[in-house]
Design a protein. Sequence first.
Length: 755
Amino acid sequence: MQVQETPQQVSMLKILDALRRRKLCLLFTLLLVTAAFAFYAIGQADRFRSESLLTAQPAVPNYVKGNAPTAPVNVQDNLWLIREHLMNPVVLGNVMDEFRFYETNYPRTFLQEIHTQATLLWKAAAEALPFLRTEEMTEQERRQHQLEHLKSRITIQVEAADAFSIGFEGNTREQAMDVANRLGDILIERTSAVSEESAIWAAGFLEVEASEVKQKLDRQNDRIREYQRQASDLPARMATDLRFLETLQEQLHTKTERLANDQARRSAVLQEMRDLEVQGALEPEDKSSPAEVKLQELRTRLKQLQATYKEQHPAIRSLQVEIRDLEKAVTTTDTAEEKPRLEPSPSQLRYLALKAELEEIDQRLQSYQQQEKELSSQLATFERSVESAPQRDRTLTELIKDYELTRTEYQTLLEKQNQAQLDERLSKVNQSSVFRIVRRAPLPLEPSAPRRGRIILMGLISGLGFGMMLVICFEYRDTSYNSPDEFRESTDLPLLTVIPDIATSNGRSGPRERPNTSPLGIGALEKNHIVTLYDPRSIASEQYGILATEVLARLGRGSPRVLAVTSAAGGEGKTLTSLNLSIMISRIMEGRVLLLESDLRRPRLQEYLCLHPKRGLSDLLKEPEGPLEPYIVRINGLSIIPGGPILSEPLTLLSSHRTQYLLNRLRERFEFIVVDTPPILPIADSHILSGLADGVVLVVRAQHTRRELLRHALQSFRASNVLGAVLNGVDLQHSRYSYAYDYYATQYLGREAGH
């Protein structure tokens, strides 16, 4: 006989069954967690949020008319600047002092006061414990903590490409509105002041830099003059040649680039003209005169110029005058000849425009090539002149070159200084041009936090999840048997029958079919769950009848038999099983059945039967040869010998020859003897009595007996005459086979399902 550790398979039915059996644990956890969340939600003070909307604009207005307007300000790119201005510790400190944060006592409800007092008590208790005690913060640390908390209540959110909102979460409606508006005003003031300071600083810095470069330029000029005075024999035209040489090199480089660009453009124009020729752009659509063709070319040229220049351009004005004169001449000719006027097609217009552009490109290419030749010739001449100069000429050249570089740097600084002065004047005039308030923060009507309904819902979900986790944890750690199938899967011990839980609806009594003939009242029988007497047709009684049939079939009826009933540990229902089984066997065998209580350490049979015997088995074992009648109690044809007075060490009597002698005497008088033995663990009484019996029945209680306990009991119990096990206390009403028992209750007993 073995008890195997079978892995518990998870299924939906098992989960639902576990939740049903442990519904109190789930419900208690759910209520406890939800109540904690609700207490926290109710204890939180109302907080209100208000937001002001601001927009960002370019710092300098755009005064130039053209096709390229100034790009708008992107708030996302300047978000770091906004945060830097608002989250500055100095700014937050001023706001905190201005509105007196952390000093005002705001109105609270009764529950909120309870929550506050509970929080204070918890903190005081935590401070009393050494391992939870925290160091007291200094004034500076407390100030920093308050600033961090104030910073967490400010939100900056981008609403559009050029708009953003500044929000604040306050303890009152007025505080949320006032602080949000104050933060917007502070941002505008600080950005305007910073822009003005930056412009002033830039102008001053550039002025100092320009002064230093001017002094450097004067010193270099003095050195050149001194060098020229000392070297009076130096040709005066040497410096001029060097400057011309650099100028010629720059001009040659520029001409080369323009020449390359025009050549690339000419190739593109030629290719497009070839494509237009293939499309039929050269096919004449009408017989136009040379004047009309010329007029069309001038109109095309005018459109090109208008796309590039304004109407005041001299070339556009001269071309318009020429077109008007030519139109008059064409109109006069057309009137004399009465010839209809046809407009050219778009492809022809494009072809004519490309043709005109090609002519201009050719003219520029010719001019550039001629200029390039001239510049190359001049450059070669000046290079030969410079290379032939002596070493002192080169020294003067280097001085002049440095002078020119310094002068260029000085001119650049002057331009930047002028621009900085312009920015300074603009920043003084337009101090509010960077950010502007579009909508001031309104007075909030409803609190934004805490969202008590959401917190309570989260508590409900958390409690449900935590409760299910506890149920699963308890179920995983619970190794008891919940159903007959689990018992059969985990052990090879035969299962004789399944006894329902008599305390549930499956064991409750219905209409009695026969009168009670026992000396006990119905109330005492029902209280002690002796179901075979107070409700003999119930499901539990029928299961005890099945157990009696199984036992008699396995032991046989040829000679007197002794059956020992035991369990792995106490509290599994072996005494109640022995009593109900003995009653059913006595009905089958029509008397001559004895129930012998051999648990001399803690006899319970007399409590179930409400007996107060003066003698029992403990007395009979001391005088086994004496008469038996004074020790026997009869109830409904069943003979019972109770345990008698409690013995501290009954093992000596049970292991002596007196016990064997007494059982032989009882076999001569009774046909069947049921011995209610003590548990297997942790005493040895049942080990001795099982060796004297013909068979042993092991009682296992569902949802009570653990598998490792049963395995340990069977390993220590070496009896070879174990008939099987009885699974006691099974909840049949919620099992897979409940429909069969409900059918029996309704169809055979005429009761409602579950009774």
